[in-house]
Design a protein around this ligand. Sequence first.
Ligand code: CUA
Length: 158
Amino acid sequence: MNERMIEAYERGWVMFALFMILVFLVFIGYTLSGFAFYIPTSAERIDPTKVLAGGFPQPHVEEVGPGKYQAYVIARAFSFTPGEMHFKVGDEVTFFVTSPDVQHGFYVHGTDINVQVIPGEVAKVKTKFKRPGEYLVICNEYCGIGHQNMLGKIVVEE
Ligand code: CUA
């Protein structure tokens, strides 16, 4: 190789490195735009001291359309209310989960549902149940002495 060839070779790698920096910046921007989308708006904030006093709907499951449900869940030390929910395969369910006390988790084993439940916010998560079975609802954020017993159940029927 003569000197000019080395220069071209080096320039090629410098260009490649610059190009990769650009690619990563685009990825970072894309990721940040995704997070921005999930930052709760003021409408999803709630006064945690009023959750049990009517500031949040009574925990229940509501049919809002054919095969479409909304579930209002309160996560508190150390239980979920409702503790058991029933759906059918194909049902599309939007969960609204909040906490009147400390931070909890709302993780439904075997599904894509896994949200932090932070006092002062209403976590909103939507899913479609594709398989029948019993799904365990698990609090996966340490919340105190009864944390490991904080479980619920979702039953999905054919
Ligand atoms: Cu609630 Cu851990």
